[in-house]
Design a binder for this molecule. Sequence first.
Ligand code: NAD
Length: 248
Amino acid sequence: MEKISILGTGYVGLVTGSCFAYLGHKVICLDINKEKIEKLKKGEIPIYEPQLDKIVALAEESDNIEFTTDYSYAIKNSDFIFIAVGTPSLPDGSADLSFVEDALKTIASYINENDFKIIVNKSTVPVGTGRWATKLLENELLKKGLKEPQKHFCVVSNPEFLREGKAVEDFMNPDRIVIGSDDKDIALKTASLYSTLNPPMIITNLPTAEMIKYASNAFLATKISFINEIANLSEKIGADIEIVSKGM
Ligand SMILES: NC(=O)c1ccc[n+]([C@@H]2O[C@H](COP(=O)([O-])OP(=O)(O)OC[C@H]3O[C@@H](n4cnc5c(N)ncnc54)[C@H](O)[C@@H]3O)[C@@H](O)[C@H]2O)c1
């Protein structure tokens, strides 16, 4: 069982953290929002999601989950660091990566000479972010005097596909787990976090994993627009859209 930190205890972070803890990993859930963490420490779940309260309670009973705002503690006590912070859209439609950037810089500030951390991105980010993150971390570590920064971390992409309202069920019964890294051994090590779920695995490089997430979102949007058009047409010609979509 592995030591994991989850940065960002929102929808994705809380579900991922509590489900990993339920699977037996030692999990530290961190957020910069003190109020959220105080509530979680008292057993109050800030979002409604079927089964989540039970999973969190079971994880707490087994002493596998902690909630904190202390970055130093979280980074020191974990080998895997998951990033699950928000990436909202900016007015021009691009993703706001400032929360990811803040998280990366703070992680770097706590990586020391004898450390090796696997930094796994779960936030939805544009293709290329993993390699940008690698460069950013390298520069931050060089600035603090670590001469061979690449020896202290590896970046992994593990995009999230869960659906709100079915998030716990989706985590426990994944239709696929996608892991991307430019280091195959690290990708396999990350994949092993999920091994008890026995999911279909796609192990690939960083940009491919990132593209799978963006392409999946775009494909879903395309399918929704398409069926809406067919529904409009069906109404005009007296066809039953429910049966048309079932038949398709
Ligand atoms: N919600 C979904 O259904 C869903 C599904 C798939 C993917 N995603 C993606 O997952 C990511 C997270 O989404 P969410 O819905 O969980 O977001 P959220 O807004 O619910 O939670 C994000 C959390 O990150 C915290 N945070 C911000 N900056 C931080 C920092 N530097 N360090 C630590 N914590 C920090 C915030 O306080 C907040 O609690 C996004 O990229 C989103 O697109 C979401």
